[in-house]
Write a protein that binds this ligand. Sequence first.
Ligand SMILES: Cc1cc2nc3c(=O)[nH]c(=O)nc-3n(C[C@H](O)[C@H](O)[C@H](O)COP(=O)(O)OP(=O)(O)OC[C@H]3O[C@@H](n4cnc5c(N)ncnc54)[C@H](O)[C@@H]3O)c2cc1C
Length: 375
Amino acid sequence: MTHSTAPVLVIGAGQAGLSVAHHLVQRGMVPGSDFVIVDRGPGPGGAWQHRWDSLRLGDAHRIADLPDMAAAGVSFADAPTDPPASAVVSDYYGRYERHLDLHVRRPVAVTSVARAADGGFDVTTADAAATFRPRVVVAAVGTWGSPRLPEIPGRDSFRGAQITTPEYRRAEDFAGMRVAVVGGGASALGFLRELDGVASRVTWFTRRPVVFHERDEMLRTELGRASVRLQDDAARAGKPLPSIVSTTGMPMTPPIARMRRAGLLTRVPMFTRLTADGAVLQDGGFEPLDAIIWALGFDADLGPFAPVGLSARDGVRVADGHAVDVPGLFLAGYGPQASTIGADRGGRRTARDVATYLRDGVWPPTPGARRTAAN
Ligand SMILES: Cc1cc2nc3c(=O)[nH]c(=O)nc-3n(C[C@H](O)[C@H](O)[C@H](O)COP(=O)(O)OP(=O)(O)OC[C@H]3O[C@@H](n4cnc5c(N)ncnc54)[C@H](O)[C@@H]3O)c2cc1C
């Protein structure tokens, strides 16, 4: 068993955790003694290491560089588009970790984060592999472990296969099947494209019509800003986070335009219930099905934080990357920070606020405040 006395524990080594770690190092903090970073995955790459083999970087998937990534000798600007994205991102993030000497501890799965008597945290891990008693926890846990499932009557009675986005491996697993793809985001569209010609029939269900807009950098920026604002408003109010695609719509990339021309984007309004053999449609019709792929987005993976009162489903009050109601707890990559660009800006601020809180013990961390403030 490992016991760490480092005052800061970063949980998660995806883009959000690595960005915070970079900025902690920039502030002179030493990995291993001033902060420890753990991850439950087997290797580097965050959620990307788990993505299906056919997913490639390129037109539909652009990843911004982590801060000062060039110093590690890599950049996504000229990343190869032939190998699977999972391999490229794992390789690049691994080099970044080594460049920063982070010594990420893995696989270490945090199972519970509770308040300790001294005002810090008691952190327990699966198999009691390690224990941590940090003053500060940075939750950079992402969403991959928490795919959404709908409340739909009859879901348990359906006898076919049901998977969520993280469980998808390859189209061939659905060869010859009648498949429903449910959801209106990038993952759902990718599944529709891959299953075409492999499954015997593919039906696309969404709750609302999906808005496709022509590719335009200004519009993209504007919609991106609007989405970040909505995410930030919800996070500050402690409300569940809104779906990003419902704000931004989908850009009409060349692959999506090809899908539209090929007639693959004919949406059917969400079915009303499931039976053992298929879906009952809104117009009373019936769609026989062998499999359903739920691609309905994700919630923040906050299960281990229930002891300190956090629930992604109910909403968490998060302002400027910190949990308003839980002194010492930061959430990196949550809400408005959930993009590679947001992760960089957020990481810098979180590192500064972590240092301020360690120095002053005042919550929320306020640069310039001192311990005399009531806390
Ligand atoms: C299909 C899909 C495609 C996407 N495409 C793009 C894209 O093209 N470009 C883009 O910018 N964004 C894309 N995104 C969003 C992108 O995935 C996220 O921006 C990014 O992965 C989030 O980074 P993160 O660090 O917040 O979380 P993650 O990458 O999920 O990292 C979180 C890490 O925390 C670890 N962890 C979680 N819980 C625990 C625990 N309890 N104990 C220990 N470790 C834990 C996990 O193992 C993981 O390594 C995509 C998302 C999906 C689902």
